[in-house]
Design a protein around this ligand. Structure first.
Ligand SMILES: [Ca+2]
Length: 492
């Protein structure tokens, strides 16, 4: 059956990074005031004194301590420049969120913040949710909340004002990213209909990927400022402080593992079903009898394992219906299809034979998947073509199948350089150019361009009437044609 690790508190397995790195308070020591009472300045931060230090780890040490332990940033000394801090959380592997992300702030919640995620270990980022006291003003977005979402809009990225209300009230100190509300759109309010949710997750890759990530990033853009304007004379009361991060989910193992373990500081799935890799994302060596597939939630409740089969053997030979026989190659420890039909070739009969190209409107398992290149044998260099059916043309030939001629050429068993035409090289003495190939000369003229008088039997002193040397002329004409070609018609 399909299997997956239990959901767990994932904050125990992450690496945390601050940017800029010196964003934590206490170097040098500083006194902080409260927003509620600007004259109450008894919050001292000193990085060198453990009981007065507020390092990032205190966001991850679990709740329930009295008093709260928390990370605290430097104060907003560079005002009116913004106070920007990025907090990056990295798991080093894909995880899937199963519960709301809950961020607990020790002082006021930020007035502007973006939660972002990465699926590729921090190479690219995308927003998850925008948070602002005024969404329109801060991000140019209409404010919405997670409860406004519907199944069709579940993947929308919204800006919410719900967690950024201007003033600090001690009980409203959390910021959430609502996973459960999104799940409930498919699984019902109490997630009673898990079959519906799992069915949806199984068939909609975008939905599954929405809850998957390798890294999270909190971009703190503006701290709480309280009910009044920012007071530039007392900037010690503006800062960020976070006491707890609650992030629950499970390792992504593609439904091929029951357990996820921490080894040498790295999370990895204990892969089953003959799969391997950090996320069980490929078949083990010797088990490539058919292509890897993720496990499936369907049919409920046990799902489908989609086990990787041993390579070799005649069963489970994936040849897209173009062969029913595989042969096992020890050297590559893989199975390859034998005698691919329908002009296919390749390990899984997934490619087209030489001289054929992929039919863009047919599926891989269609018997018409490969189409004959139909390269004109006289105009083409060989019978092969590219993926879109274009052949390689000889000099002077053009068109997808090389069955037409470029200017300066005429068709005669392929493209030949023109002898005469109506522009560059006219037939002389009233001759008429026929198909660019020859001049039809009136009596008594002859020669390539009718430039000579024909010699009759017995007539004495037949002399060329033209000083032109027809051989030289023909060479010049061919060169002209080549130049036309070289001017960008086809690469030579
Ligand atoms: Ca804490």
């Amino acid at each position: 059956m399909a299997c997956q690790p239990e959901a767990a508190l994932l904050t125990r397995f992450l690496k945390i990074r601050l940017d800029p790195p010196n964003s934590t308070c206490g170097e040098p020591p500083e006194m902080y005031c409260t927003l509620e009472n600007p004259y109450m300045c008894n919050n001292e931060c000193d990085a060198r004194t453990p009981e007065l230090a507020h390092p990032p780890e205190l966001m991850l040490d679990g709740e329930g301590r009295v008093p709260n332990t928390f990370w605290q940033s430097v104060s907003w000394k560079p005002f009116p420049d913004p106070l920007l801090v990025n907090i990056t959380l990295s798991w080093g592997k894909s995880i899937e969120l199963t519960e709301d992300i809950v961020i607990t702030f020790e002082s006021g919640r930020p007035e502007q913040m973006i939660l972002e995620k990465s699926l590729d270990h921090g190479r690219t980022w995308q927003p998850y949710q925008f948070y602002a006291a005024d969404c329109l003003n801060s991000f140019g977005m209409e404010p919405r909340s997670a409860s406004d979402l519907r199944p069709a809009s579940v993947l929308d990225i919204i800006c919410t004002e719900e967690y950024s209300r201007g003033y600090v009230w001690k009980l409203e100190n959390t910021v959430r990213f609502e996973i459960q509300e999104r799940f409930a759109l498919f699984g019902g309010p109490l997630l009673r209909d898990m079959a519906s949710l799992y069915g949806r997750l199984d068939t909609t890759k975008d939905l599954r990927d929405f809850f998957t990530l390798t890294d999270l990033r909190l971009r703190l853009l503006r701290p709480a400022t309280g009910p009044t304007r920012v007071d530039p004379l007392n900037l010690s009361k503006y800062f960020y402080a976070i006491s707890n991060l609650d992030i629950r989910g499970r390792c992504r193992c593609n439904l091929h593992a029951n357990n996820c373990v921490l080894e040498n500081g790295k999370l990895s799935c204990e892969c089953e079903h003959n799969t391997t890799g950090l996320d069980c994302e490929r078949c083990k060596k010797g088990f490539q009898g058919r292509p890897w597939r993720a496990g499936s939630y369907l049919p409920i409740p046990k799902g489908t394992a989609n086990v990787c089969e041993a390579s070799g053997g005649e069963q489970n030979c994936q040849c897209f219906g173009h062969s029913n026989r595989c042969s096992y190659l020890d050297l590559l420890s893989t199975a390859v299809c034998v005698n691919c039909k329908h002009n296919t070739r390749g390990r899984h009969c997934q490619l087209c034979r030489l001289g054929y190209h992929r039919n863009p409107s047919a599926q891989l398992d269609h018997h018409n998947v490969c189409l004959d290149c139909k390269c004109n044998p006289d105009g083409s260099l060989h019978h092969r073509c590219n993926d879109t059916g274009y052949c390689d043309c000889k000099a002077g030939a053009t068109g997808p199948k090389c069955d037409r001629c470029l200017p300066g050429y005429y068709w005669h068993k392929g493209c030949q350089a023109s002898v005469c035409d109506n522009l560059l090289s006219r037939c002389e003495n009233g001759g008429v150019c026929e198909d660019n190939g020859r001049c039809l000369c009136p009596t008594p003229y002859t020669g390539l361009l009718c430039e000579k008088v024909q010699c009759r039997k017995g007539a004495a002193g037949c002399v060329s009437q033209s000083p032109r040397d027809p051989t030289l002329h023909r060479v010049l004409l061919s060169l002209t044609a080549l130049l036309i070609v070289a001017n960008g018609r086809i690469p030579l």
